[in-house]
Design a protein around this ligand. Structure first.
Ligand SMILES: *Cc1c(COP(=O)(O)O)cnc(C)c1O
Length: 407
């Protein structure tokens, strides 16, 4: 037992021994999957080269420190800085977010918010200007208040409609979230990145909802792809995780330094579970987005449903832009029922959909988003995350619950 655990640690460490002085790993294994399809890439992403008697995906390496005689050089010295299980997961995420791209670095974090904060707080200084969405993830207003407390000017713009273009002058960083959570608006990453770069601003995209199989922000011109791996990337609703992928070495060195300072690191077990889960990402995302479209199509026929949004619906206001930059449209459908009471009865009546927050898991969940406060949504607004159930079962459950809630 301890022999094989040690063997894994050594082999992974040896494998990552090709890392350069900053700990960045040569991504030569990426060549195996660079030209492959998404399913092939997902099952092989980040795996070490096969070695006799070793597992395909080495188990989690539990280490606060590593044997380190002499000068403290090399990739693995202390557990807050590096871990071989992270290294493999970081390679996997990098291969999915930026297949075949050289010079891309990935860092994993304890949560999506840890990753988001790492980019914002490592890139911005007092006096800098940052542009945030005003309809994005519900913790962004908290982040905004903290940025302002540090003397950073924050401007906001809605996700859709290109209003970001009007507030970019003098900005150091443009933050976009597309599709946005929970409103599912979409912005044109290519267009905004071009405009931001023309003004000398960096661009970060929150890619949580799309996942790297839905959209690849770096290919569309962004400097950072940032996401919560808590959602569909890992997909089972059992771990929190975040990541940052970037191609600018100085910017990424600052993000790495921030992770070291704050220590917002994932545990090895979470990192390993995440890597294991990524093997099924293509199957889950394909299944869940196909079913999400079926659910959206069924909801479209219902007179009590208003404000229905799903970027994959051909008549959705965001579909045109989404179709240009997304390869899959995600598992979240949002809509409103006429009243808060109606929405609560609907959620109560669902049998296959748990009333819970978060999204992206294999079991469908839904919630009345207004219960949290913070999001500018109607009282009857529902965010529905479509899981891996059989589509006909799920559609039938949703329609039955709508009928049952009419009373
Ligand atoms: C959930 C979420 C986050 C935060 O991720 P955590 O893992 O919960 O910290 C950030 N952005 C979006 C779009 C999210 O949905």
């Amino acid at each position: 037992m301890s022999d094989s655990a040690t063997g894994d640690a050594h082999r992974v460490a040896g494998d990552a021994g090709r890392a350069d002085a900053t700990g960045r790993v040569a991504r030569d294994l990426d060549q195996v999957t660079a030209g492959a399809g998404d399913g092939t890439r997902a099952v092989r992403a980040g795996l070490p080269e096969p070695a006799k008697y070793e597992p395909t995906l080495p188990g989690p390496v539990f280490a606060a420190h590593y044997h380190l005689p002499g000068e403290p050089t090399g990739p693995y010295a202390y557990g807050r800085d590096e871990n071989p299980t992270w290294t493999l997961l970081e390679r996997a995420v990098g291969e999915l977010e930026a297949p075949g791209q050289d010079g891309v670095e990935t860092l994993v974090f304890a949560s999506g918010m840890a990753a988001i904060s790492a980019v914002l707080f490592s890139q911005l200084r007092a006096g800098d200007v940052c542009v945030l969405p005003d309809d994005g993830y519900q913790a962004l207003p908290l982040v905004r208040a903290q940025l302002e407390a540090y003397g950073i000017e924050v401007r906001t713009a809605p996700t859709g409609g290109d209003a970001q273009l009007g507030v970019l002058d003098g900005a150091k960083l443009l933050w976009i979230e597309t599709p946005s959570n929970p409103g599912l608006d979409v912005c044109d990453i290519r267009r905004l990145a071009k405009a931001a770069h023309a003004r000398g601003a960096l661009v970060a995209v929150d890619n949580t909802l799309a996942t790297p199989l839905g959209q690849r922000p770096l290919e569309l011109g962004a400097d950072f792809a940032v996401a919560s791996g808590t959602k569909q990337l890992t997909g089972h609703g059992d771990i929190l995780l975040g990541y940052v992928v970037g191609r600018n070495p100085e910017a990424m060195a600052a993000v790495r330094r921030w992770r070291k300072i704050v220590g917002a690191i994932p545990g090895p077990m979470e990192a390993w579970l995440a890597h294991r889960s990524i093997a099924t990402l293509q199957m889950r995302v394909d299944r869940q987005s196909a079913t999400a479209l079926a659910v959206a199509e069924a909801l479209r026929e219902r007179p009590e449903v208003t404000g229905l949004r799903y970027p994959g619906l051909p008549d959705d206001p965001a579909h045109k832009i989404a179709a240009r930059q997304m390869r899959r449209y995600g598992c979240v459908v949002s809509f409103s029922l006429p009243t808060r009471a109606r929405a609560e009865r609907f959620l109560d009546a669902l049998r296959l959909v748990d009333d819970a927050t978060s999204f992206g898991g294999v079991r469908s969940t839904a919630e009345r988003r207004g219960r949290w406060g913070g999001d500018a949504v109607p009282e009857g607004f529902i965010r529905l995350s479509v899981g891996a159930e059989d589509p006909e079962d799920l559609v039938a459950d949703v329609l039955r619950a709508l009928d049952a809630s009419a009373a």
